[in-house]
Design a protein around this ligand. Structure first.
Ligand SMILES: Nc1ncnc2c1ncn2[C@@H]1O[C@H](COP(=O)(O)OP(=O)(O)O)[C@@H](O)[C@H]1O
Ligand SMILES: [Mg+2]
Length: 365
């Protein structure tokens, strides 16, 4: 991975072993000042372990971690200009909101007026000023989460670490809080590394994401890059919905390639500089597929006939599962841009699915 001059947080060849088990397997990453960065991956892939090494709760087996040019390895957690917010929030139940936020500042021996001023500032920031005298149990989950965030920001850390910050909230509240949290973090301008297993959460909140698997980084990029140009089956499948089709590279030219799969011949609008005859996987997102009763103009490529096996209505869009001749299932989604359609496609219908030459991602790993 290229190291960027002036990177604020630099993770270099970091390994963490627990006995014979490698939880984090040689990762490197540069994060710029003010970035909101997400570590995303399935449970057990090493996200929290990496975050805990940044915080100083775990020591790397090897590798270096630098913040603003300063080596953190060996520096105790409490000396690092870093704050970590946990999923459980870990608020003191017997203390008020105000006292919860003031706790760390008081322990540092800050003068009373300074503590009060700082508490007021962060309370205003998270818009909880009028709840200052409440106890945590008198607040909603979302409000508790904001108190935890206020407490994390009170000491003005240079790096804010969030481990599954919204895991305890239900879906609707989580979506709303994601945006609030990003707004607050951006207002403060603090560099932020968050951990989540929820791809939507990572996509909404982070400017860049590292997708992790088995302790390694599979790909690092902006949400749109990971979605539209995944480099592997794993990333294509982990981020969003996708149809993965195994096939053979039949033609590979400078400006196009043709891939033969069981049910369809794909005409892809770019070459892949591979070897003709090699096995490849075609990734095709459901929303790139058009479903209709009439055949498309060209049925030789990028088109297949299928039978509607499932139709799921999600309000803003509808998902079709089409049974293809080989028995494979193709997922296609359609935006419901109109309230009523003249020719509704429904269960059991024989339909055509088609897509454009710019829809595919061709994967070789
Ligand atoms: N203190 C520890 N001792 C032994 N194994 C651990 C310890 N902490 C984490 N692990 C293991 O390391 C792997 C990664 O854990 P973790 O970083 O918590 O994953 P994630 O946060 O991605 O779900 C898991 O297999 C976990 O069991
Ligand atoms: Mg975890």
């Amino acid at each position: 991975m290229a190291e960027t001059a002036g990177a604020f947080l630099r993770i270099v060849d970091v390994v963490k072993e627990f006995g014979a088990y490698r939880a984090v397997d040689n990762v490197s990453l540069d994060i710029a000042k003010g970035e909101i960065f997400a570590l995303l991956g399935p449970s057990g892939c090493g996200k929290s372990t990496l975050l805990r090494m940044l915080a100083g709760f775990e020591t790397p087996t090897s590798g270096r971690i630098l913040l603003n040019g300063q080596d953190l390895v060996g520096m105790p957690a409490f000396e690092r200009p870093i704050n970590m917010m946990f999923q459980s929030y870990a608020l003191f139940p017997h203390l008020t909101v105000w006292e919860n936020i003031a706790f760390g500042l008081k322990r540092e021996g800050k003068p009373r007026e300074q503590v009060a001023e700082r508490v007021e500032t962060v309370l205003k920031l998270v818009q909880l000023g009028k709840f200052a005298q409440r106890k945590p149990h008198q607040l909603s989950g979302g409000q508790q989460q904001r108190v935890a965030l206020a407490r994390s920001l009170a000491k003005q850390p240079q790096l804010l670490l969030l481990d599954e910050p919204l895991g305890a909230l239900d879906k609707k509240l989580r979506e709303q809080t994601q945006i609030e949290l990003v707004n607050i973090v951006e207002q403060v301008g603090v560099t932020c590394v968050m951990v989540t297993h929820d791809q939507e959460e990572a996509m909404t909140m982070a400017g860049r994401i590292a997708v992790m698997k088995d302790g390694r980084f599979m790909q690092i990029g902006a949400p749109g890059e990971l979605y539209e140009t995944p480099h592997s089956r794993f990333v294509a499948d982990f981020i969003g919905n996708v149809n993965l089709m195994e096939g053979t590279l039949d033609v590979d030219a400078a400006d196009h390639c043709v891939i033969g799969c069981a049910d369809v011949r794909h005409y892809v609008g770019h070459g892949i500089t591979g070897t003709e005859g090699m096995a490849v996987t075609v990734a095709l997102r459901p929303e790139k597929i058009v479903v209709g009763r009439e055949p498309p103009p060209d049925t030789a490529h990028n088109a297949v006939q299928g039978t509607v096996k499932e139709k799921s209505y999600f309000g803003s869009f509808t998902v079709y599962h089409l049974a293809l001749p080989s028995g494979a299932v193709l997922k296609a989604s359609e935006a419901n841009t109109e309230r009523h359609r003249d020719e509704e496609v429904t269960w059991g219908d024989a339909v055509w699915a088609s897509w454009s030459p710019s829809s595919h991602v061709v994967l070789t790993q």
